[in-house]
Design a protein around this ligand. Structure first.
Ligand code: CP
Ligand code: NVA
Length: 315
């Protein structure tokens, strides 16, 4: 599999085989690190980490991923550069492309990360935009694979804000890999119809089911229940409205029991607002899986950088 030179903006751009390869590479790099072996796949590379929005996991994963494989990470926060203010995104991209070997971007508009990729001429990785969060999905899929041993045919239910970056990206990732995917959300927060249609076309190829529903009974049979914050970064003023709308969609003990599967896992991309989208009780019961997800951000993000910047081969 050769992904060298590719950007990673959304999973829409990657085939099932390519996503599976990235998961396999991540598991390989994880195993290597656990054995105390660090590599030099990114030796001599300089990596820009642009953050318009705050981050714990994504920033740390990119930073440590670089250092583990010999690259130099350079953090550029929202007040450090002129991106889109005193300098056009196109010009910043062209400057960065002359100096850096790869660029991570987290921010608001998805169009910004697209412009960076178009004008920089180096691989650009999406560390989260308002629309997508693809590196998170790789960590989630790797965690599911570790938990169940397989992905194809699992029943995955995402509950809560059904039109945010997480819901969008999970829908793409699950349907591309044949995981049955249910988005359980009030109609006012259903995903964009065009994206749903696209994901239905992926589901048809991989033979899984995708449903968008308000019906709480659809939680029955879930192998994994996933939620995210009710107000994403930049939507803080919507808090009261969202709490009123999403209260019935909270993941609590009785909702987990409703799956009818004692083996069902609960997942969260973090950060979590306990007492809103999930109770402290459910969160703590499933903490091991949740923090596996967080750790897997490192291994999967490292895999994306290694695959797109180097000739590294798994032995
Ligand atoms: N899940 C995630 O992206 O976490 P951060 O916002 O801390 O990067
Ligand atoms: N939907 C959340 C995800 C955080 C990782 C947000 O955009 O804030």
């Amino acid at each position: 599999m050769n992904l060298k030179g590719r950007s990673f903006l959304t999973l829409k751009d990657f085939s099932k085989d390519e996503i599976e390869y990235l998961l396999e590479l991540a598991a390989h790099l994880k195993n290597k690190k656990k054995r105390g072996i660090l590599g030099d796949a990114l030796k001599g590379k300089n990596i820009a980490l642009i953050f318009e929005k705050p981050s714990t996991r994504t920033r740390c994963a990119f930073t440590i991923g670089c250092i583990d494989e010999g690259a130099h990470p350079e953090y550029l926060g929202k007040n450090d550069i002129q991106l889109g203010h005193k300098e056009s995104i196109e010009d910043t991209a062209r400057v960065m492309g002359r100096m850096f070997d790869g660029i991570e971007f987290r921010g608001f508009k998805h169009e910004t990360v697209e412009k960076l990729a178009k004008y920089s001429n180096v691989p650009v990785w999406n560390g989260l935009t308002d629309r997508y969060h693809p590196t998170q999905i790789l960590a989630d899929l790797l965690t599911l694979k570790e938990q169940f041993g397989y992905l194809q045919g699992l029943h995955f239910v995402y509950i809560g804000d059904g039109r945010n970056n997480m819901a969008n990206s999970l829908m793409i990732g699950c349907t591309k890999l044949g995981v049955h995917c249910t988005i359980l959300a009030p109609k006012a927060l259903w995903p964009d119809e065009e994206l749903v249609a696209l994901c239905h076309s992926y589901a048809e190829i991989t033979g899984c089911e995708l449903q968008i529903t308000e019906d709480m009974e659809k939680i029955v049979g879930a192998d994994a229940v996933y939620t995210d914050v009710w107000c994403s970064m930049g939507e803080e003023e919507k808090a009261a409205e969202r709490i009123a709308l999403l209260k019935p969609y909270q993941v609590n003990k009785s909702l987990m029991e409703k799956t009818g599967k004692p083996s069902a896992v609960f997942m969260h991309c973090l950060p979590a607002v306990k007492g809103n989208e999930v109770t402290e009780e459910v969160f703590e019961k499933h903490a091991e899986v949740i923090f596996d997800q967080a750790e897997n951000r490192l291994h999967t993000i490292k895999a994306v950088m290694v695959a797109t910047l180097s000739d590294y081969r798994m032995d």
